[in-house]
Design a protein around this ligand. Sequence first.
Ligand SMILES: Cc1ncc(COP(=O)(O)O)c(C=O)c1O
Length: 397
Amino acid sequence: MEYSAKFEELKSKNLSLDLTRGKPSSAQLDLSNAMGELMVKNLDKDGLDLRNYGEITGLASCRKLGSQILGCTEDLVWAGGNSSLSLMSQYLSFLLVEGNGAGPWGAQERVSVLCPVPGYDRHFKLCETFGINMIPVPLTGEGPNLEEVKRLVDEDKSIRGIWCVPKYSNPTGEVYSKKNMEGLLDIFGKSDNKSVIFWDNAYAVHDLSDQLPLDDIFDIAFKRGHEDCVVEFGSTSKITFAGAGIGFIAMSKANQALFLPFYSALMIGPDKLNQAKHVRFFQENDLMEHMKLHAEIIRPKFELVERQLKSLGLGSWTSPKGGYFVLFESEKGLARKIISYASELGLKLTPAGSTHPYGVDEDDKYIRLAPTACSLEELEAAMEVFSCCVGLAYTQG
Ligand SMILES: Cc1ncc(COP(=O)(O)O)c(C=O)c1O
């Protein structure tokens, strides 16, 4: 059927579909239901009362769990509240107000961070909210383009950091190579302004089939003497419960000493009962086996997207081996149109440009698809709509 006839047919169905956010489906959340029902003792094995204030950097046992997820040593990790994004915002507040040893970022007339693109919209929103200038830098399939990163850092002294999602990057799905990590560490570790690599390892254990271990950036950094330029984040949002899990932050001892007074001014202690429940749950359930159960639920969804895009045969797309997203790349100048057609048919997609700082995708070609939250039936319907909209945009412009 011609795309415009198909468009009219789909329109008459009054659909309501959504491929916007990378959320776990209820079937995935159900995998951790037993945790919600776990009883934990009021006192931990060292006599610490879990119901009370204190233990600002988190329970030792939970910090250990964090280190297993992030793949670094446990002395570097703090276990916080329910979200890594809020730890990122707290760390950014610290940099703006106090700084990490080279003056407050907020005292600089202009402070910039590099944003590998296509990237994660909430990193961009955080920076925009805090008045931090963002400079896009292209990704290569194994991390940011290092030549471009070096050129920018050398010529613009306002640059104080870079955002990185090193494994199954949101939304490109790429995994940073060891060589890329070494290059980033050499560029940012050698800068004299205490630059920060924001290492958002949100998808550290989120493989779709084979486990793919990521090199531990701290291990590489310690060997090069650049451990102070890395701050790592992660969480159990897509392991247990999104919004009711545990966020983690990891950094060198020197950075912990600088950050602790600021962090302690923000709160008196995290939710240790929830931390203890997570620890107990993963004593009873192997973390990687648990992640395999997630993969079994979401793999067919990624396969369905791939199948539908292949049969459409227009544009190009990623085939990630983990994470939560497929990135569709249309011909230049079509993304906005495709998204607007989809909206007419009742399919919500992330707004055009959301993969770029300030919402500006100059080529207007990237569309992030998040297939995990809906059912297979809904996803099939959503991809039928998406394919029709892409087809229509290609044929009618
Ligand atoms: C790269 C990345 N970082 C952080 C988050 C949010 O993490 P949290 O739920 O721990 O705040 C997401 C969620 O989609 C993400 O994709």
